[in-house]
Design a protein around this ligand. Structure first.
Ligand SMILES: *Cc1c(COP(=O)(O)O)cnc(C)c1O
Length: 504
């Protein structure tokens, strides 16, 4: 082999080419900043037509600019969602403190499987998890957890602990013909279906309990369903409560659900199901738990203080959870993937534990610092801990309180304005949070009246078929007519969980 060519290759791609790397980074940063001159619809259109027909690999070694050039059109054609006209749910721009954390992580590329592969980055995960656990559980004693690639996987961990609690040895022996079920609400995220399917209990054994008009699980129906399930001999592995539903910000009553789960399990002499909380969306509001609305140091408006007080009440429920899912890449304004799965009591991780003989690469692993002994994944990125710690400490608790209070304030203002229009109806009036769901009818209709008749089952089939599709038609019309420089991009959903059936 030509040693000179080989050495050039190594120098270009494996030594720290500081000027070359910073130059390209500066160029990418400038390109991103240029995006602020565009409206959300003006980014480059996609070209799926030939994406499969033209796979691509260069023949000869190039340089870092070749690497830049090949990704650039796709980079430019991707919106960073910083434009305030984006009002679709859940996604928002990632914050700059998180960017710094992520870059630091990329430079070292740690692998959180064990601390031999990640050294102090592993320590950062412990610190990040404990910090989040203290926000959520509030002065908890012995929490533990790991970062995962998303809320779906964090929910899977919660379900898996429940499964092992009610069917010990499922990890080794499978379900052995037992019927194992999990419960959630009808307003819960569809990842609960994914979890039930992938856990092996089956999606048909995920029982979804109807919600009330505030998108909260009906606890009376949970109770009767548990009676029925236990009586039929099913093993109830977990109840997944939602703290902040994806579209409407509904909150399940975690305290009541935990009490019911415990009482029913006792009554039927069964192991207590795991009470997991999917707080993928709502967890960030726990940063408001300690805000003093009386001294009000941030001089919030009275209606915002009132919203904060309501949120603080909801936050108390989190302390009753056995385990929690947190998506920092949603309301934490972090980069993907930054999701955390946290248990309130570290001893619960024993249900996930494998032995060193099950994980042969890690023969010297120790459970207290080597997550590979209980994680689903083997290699695991450290993006989550870097994004979380950089964001929490860059922005600071007070900074977070300002961001969150502002989102509550703006959502509330929009709700109030919409409620003053006869032809609009706010569907999630009583869920303090960052999202607003509403109907728009043609002018002249009374939206409140139609809503009341729908929930009281007083609309005739003919009326339903006339009124309800109007909502979709108006949304479609707006999509066609909107001026992307002025009008926000909104989301639409076909079904609304607190309104019994799919109607649009
Ligand atoms: C987004 C979301 C999830 C799934 O999280 P991913 O990070 O997208 O996997 C789960 N639950 C709720 C409530 C969500 O909003």
């Amino acid at each position: 082999m030509d040693r000179k060519k080989y050495q050039d290759l190594i120098d270009t791609f494996f030594s720290w080419q500081q000027p070359a790397i910073s130059q390209i980074f500066t160029e990418l940063l400038s390109a991103t900043a240029a995006e602020s001159a565009l409206s959300p619809s003006e980014i480059m259109s996609q070209n799926y037509e030939t994406a499969r027909a033209n796979p691509e690999i260069h023949n000869l070694p190039g340089n870092l600019k070749d690497a830049r050039d090949v990704v650039f059109p796709y980079f430019w054609g991707t919106d960073s969602w910083n434009n305030p006209l984006h009002l679709e749910n859940v996604r928002g721009p990632a914050n700059n403190a998180s960017l710094i954390g992520m870059l630091a992580c990329l430079l070292k590329n740690p692998n959180l499987c064990t601390d031999r592969y990640s050294q102090r980055s592993n320590e950062l995960e412990v610190k990040a998890i404990t910090t989040l656990a203290n926000l959520i559980f509030y002065h908890t004693q012995d929490p533990w957890g790991v970062f995962t690639i998303g809320g779906t996987i964090s929910n899977l961990y919660g379900g898996k602990i429940g499964l092992e609690k009610v069917l010990p040895g499922a990890m080794q022996n499978g379900l052995r013909g037992e019927r194992v079920v999990g419960l959630c609400s009808q307003a819960s995220h569809y990842s609960n279906q994914t979890v039930a399917g992938w856990l092996g209990i089956g999606t048909s054994n995920l029982i979804d309990i109807p919600t009330d008009h505030n998108l909260a699980m009906r606890t009376d129906l949970l109770e009767s369903k548990l009676d029925e399930l236990y009586t039929s001999g099913a093993r109830v592995a977990y109840v997944c409560c939602t703290f902040g539903t994806t579209d409407g910000f509904g909150y399940d009553d975690i305290e009541a659900i935990a009490e019911i789960a415990e009482r029913k399990a006792k009554q039927f002499a069964a192991p207590r199901p795991q009470v997991h909380v999917d707080a993928a969306v709502g967890w960030a509001l726990s940063m408001l738990s300690d805000y003093n609305v009386v001294t009000n140091p941030l001089e919030m408006e009275p209606n915002v203080c009132e919203l904060i007080t309501r949120v603080q009440q909801k936050n108390k429920g989190l302390r009753k959870a056995d385990s929690v899912t947190i998506d920092f890449h949603k309301m934490g304004r972090g980069h993907y993937p930054s999701s955390a799965f946290i248990v309130n009591r570290r001893e619960d991780l024993k249900y996930l534990a494998r032995t060193v003989s099950d994980t042969p690469y890690f023969s010297d692993a120790q459970a207290n610092r080597d997550p590979a002994l209980f994680t689903l994944e083997c290699s695991r990125p450290a993006f989550g801990p870097y994004s979380v710690m950089a964001s929490l400490n860059g922005i600071g608790l007070t900074g977070w309180q300002m961001l969150l209070a502002r989102s509550l304030e703006l959502a509330d203002r929009l709700k109030t304005k919409l409620a003053s229009l006869d032809y609009c109806k706010v569907l999630n009036q009583n869920t303090p949070g960052a999202s607003v769901n509403w109907w728009v009818f043609p002018k002249g209709r009374n939206a409140e009246e139609i809503f009341q008749k729908l929930v009281n089952n007083e609309l005739s089939t003919e009326q339903r078929q006339r009124y309800l599709p109007e909502i979709r038609r108006l949304f479609d019309k707006r999509m066609k007519m909107m001026d992307p420089k002025m009008d926000a991009r909104l989301g639409f959903r076909n079904r609304y969980p607190s309104l019994e059936s799919g109607f649009l």
